[in-house]
Design a protein around this ligand. Structure first.
Ligand SMILES: Cc1cc2nc3c(=O)[nH]c(=O)nc-3n(C[C@H](O)[C@H](O)[C@H](O)COP(=O)(O)O)c2cc1C
Length: 367
């Protein structure tokens, strides 16, 4: 093992989830599932990452319904019988390679463009019908739609456990449906689903509570959160630690086990006066394990990669230092693992001269 990165390869043991090491493959949409069914190419893609020594794979975002959840082409769901069977093949293959895998359940909410979907007449869902503050594109969800959305998430969670996934991650970040309820700029409702943090966390809490009731107390549930929004990288859902506590505590009470705290650069502090990052604050305030993410092992951040920025391999020293002082428990790695399925093994074995730069080409093939 290479000196200096040992902490990444220590086992992770929590109440409900045990992993052989601390490296998590970040959820990354691939759009390679025609008919929304994950096929053999998806099986191979995830199996290669399990063989590459990752401690936990989190899948690309997976739709919990066939209607409103996605406008992105060829995104898989876990709703139809074919899709459920496809995911079972993925899980079996990853486990056959000695890996562990969780599914990310993703509803795009306001970021679905109806005109680009099979159901252009079905409006998109969001807390207040706003994609951008002040710009109403759709009506706010009504109570029936909210109830349907919750039920669909819970059914998808049940199907995910049946397919054999080791855990479930709810995508509650990046301005998508669940996050549209959290953020006070995109949730301006004045009913029980809006208002203060109790109201704005209610939608997520109902999904979590009802999932917990169906899946039992031992099944690990993760939620991914972000302060930043797609339409505003500098946004902060929580302005200070007290607000963050009001955001996270109801989610813990509802049954969340692990927080996955999305940042574009993991080393950036979340609040003034402390260099703790978002995952560090989540762990400190809740006592729950947390996952950090953002530009691990690469010089540039992921949104710039879409416009062609090439990222060079970068030092892991800052990451190692933070993990050695227990700021957070797990680290998710996105593009480095997209580019190179063997990334974790190369780090463990100190094969630094074999690490690759990340180019936009990897986004086109997603092999
Ligand atoms: C191609 C691509 C697809 C992504 N799709 C998702 C997704 O489906 N769900 C999600 O939560 N994040 C998604 N992300 C964000 C990643 O999970 C991760 O947070 C981001 O890439 C930062 O990590 P990195 O700097 O190690 O790449 C995606 C990122 C990339 C590059």
């Amino acid at each position: 093992m290479a000196a200096g990165t040992d902490i990444l390869f220590e086992a992770f043991k929590s109440e409900k989830l045990t992993l052989p090491n601390r490296i998590v493959m970040a959820p990354m949409t691939r759009s390679f599932s025609p008919g929304h069914v994950p096929g053999d190419n998806v099986v191979e893609y995830y199996r290669r990452r399990a063989e590459g020594g990752v401690g936990l794979i989190l899948t690309e975002g997976v739709s919990p319904n066939t209607t409103t959840a996605t406008g992105t082409p060829n995104v898989p769901n876990i709703v139809t019988d074919d899709a459920k069977a496809g995911w079972k093949n993925v899980v079996d293959s990853v486990k056959g390679a000695g890996g562990k895998i969780g599914i990310q359940l993703w509803h795009e909410g306001p970021f679905r463009n109806p005109s680009k979907t099979e159901f252009p007449d079905i409006p998109s869902w969001s807390a207040s019908g706003h994609k951008m503050p002040g710009k109403a594109l759709w009506e706010p969800m009504n109570d029936d739609e909210i109830e349907l959305a919750i039920t669909e998430f819970v059914d998808a969670a049940v199907a995910s456990k049946e397919a054999g996934f080791d855990c479930i991650e709810f995508h509650g970040a990046h301005s998508y449906l669940i996050d549209s309820f959290f953020w006070d700029k995109s949730n301006i409702r004045d009913d029980q689903w809006g208002g203060d943090w109790t109201g704005r966390t209610r939608f997520a809490c109902e999904i979590i509570k009802r999932t917990r009731a169906k899946l039992g107390n031992d099944y690990p549930l993760i939620i991914r959160l972000s302060q930043w929004k797609q339409q505003d990288f500098d946004a902060n859902s929580a302005a200070n630690p007290d607000e963050l506590s009001k955001w996270l505590t109801p989610l813990v009470d509802a049954g969340i086990d692990i927080f996955h705290c999305s940042q574009r650069r993991f080393w950036e502090p979340t609040f003034d006066g402390s260099d703790l990052n978002f995952a560090g604050w989540a762990a400190k305030l809740t006592g729950k394990p947390s996952i950090s993410v953002g530009s691990v092992g690469l010089s540039g951040e992921f949104t710039a990669a879409y416009s062609g920025e090439v990222s060079k391999p970068a030092s892991l020293d800052n990451l190692v230092a933070r993990m050695e002082r227990n700021e957070f428990d797990l680290i998710a790695v996105g593009r480095a693992l997209l580019q190179d399925a063997q990334w974790a093994n190369k780090i463990r074995e100190g094969r630094n001269d074999e690490l690759m730069e990340f180019t936009k080409d990897a986004l086109a093939t997603l092999e």
